[in-house]
Design a binder for this molecule. Sequence first.
Ligand SMILES: C[S@@+](CC[C@H](N)C(=O)[O-])C[C@H]1O[C@@H](n2cnc3c(N)ncnc32)[C@H](O)[C@@H]1O
Ligand code: SF4
Length: 417
Amino acid sequence: MSLLTNLTRAWLTRSWEPFTFKNEYDKILPYSECNNLWLYIHIPFCKSICNFCPYCKVRYEKDICNDYIDCLIKEIHLVGNQHKCKKKTTSLYFGGGTPALAVDRIKEIIDAIKEHFIITEGIWLELHPDNVKKDILKKLKEAGVTKISIGIQSFQNKYQNVLGRKPIDIDSLKAVLNEVKFETVSMDFIFALPTQTFEDLKSDLNTAFEIWANHIAIYPFIDFTFTTSKVKGLSKKQKRELLDKITLYLLNKGCKRDSIWTFSNDHHARYSSMTRDNFLGFGCSATTLLEHQFKINTFSIKEYCKRIDSGELATSLTIRFSLRQRMIYYLFWTAYSMKVSSKDFEEFFGVKLEKMYGFELKIAKLLWYIKEKNGVYEMTLKWAFYYHYYENFYTLSYIDKMWWIMRKEAFPKKIEL
Ligand SMILES: C[S@@+](CC[C@H](N)C(=O)[O-])C[C@H]1O[C@@H](n2cnc3c(N)ncnc32)[C@H](O)[C@@H]1O
Ligand code: SF4
């Protein structure tokens, strides 16, 4: 960990104490008092593995996938039964991996969730372009899925080749999406790939909107140390130019930027992902963020199933936050939405944001990184780039290190970040 990361962490948390994750967990998760709770379910199976992808996944095998889903349902009941009343939550998100490989069991999982939770803002599911078939989408819709997110990466064969992915049949995608409608159709793109230009990205995003996307996510390419990808992304300067140009282009076109990497072209396509105050995660590698703790399930499918079958949670590591550490987590995740409300912060922590971080807010305002209106601090375009850049840095300094260890050890003793 670099000196700069340590100093920044020490300054913001006002302590030399690192973020310490230990191999222990609460048997009862204190989520019943949490407001604004979001649910996540991880399905770690893919037809083929992309070498740039950092997520926890293995090649799909029907029997292993079915056993895994049996355990997932047990985990949902294990956690859901801990509190008597049905808990109100915002949305439910199926990520992976490729959740649609388990299309025939999605309804069963949603039914299990609905025994314990009330979902108020819809159900998301991530799709690989190969999953965009009429029968699959119909089944998902019948199961209750209202929002889909498709991992396009690029419509151009050149960049699909760079990423080791197959060309996309745009006409077929358009026809299916026109026939089976969802409230939100989001498409993921990876940018800053070698030689990629603004024209390339612009053309991809225009195609997305033409074929019924009403929401897009653009992620800068991240070269994780543990993946086998040989792709080297563009330089920081080129990345910034590309991001600034594409942002201005989309805003001028009338799109709304609803988070650091996402834009929508209609007000129904509300983004709902990691910008939640609290979340409960189910499945291997899934994370849970509650008022005073953050925990992460084991990455090993075998160990996950073993723990759940023995009636125990599959938590691998837990961090118990100091107040300032929790504030930094809160601010980091909330900032994905490009704004932080002083009122929401005070409701969450019972203390004013300006009292805790008044100095930092003043400096950020002076540097024109943020502007304030009625107690809401909004990021300027300038800071949005730095935040994007910092997020990239954070991913490589913290997430990369943690996932690297978690992929090797099912239950590491301790990780300090
Ligand atoms: C779990 S995957 C998407 C769903 C589906 N499995 C697929 O591949 O189409 C989530 C998204 O993360 C993004 N992603 C994956 N690896 C990345 C990397 N190394 N750098 C930046 N974004 C990445 C991609 O845009 C991808 O669509
Ligand atoms: S990008 Fe999608 S399909 Fe490729 S390995 Fe990752 S989760 Fe699987």
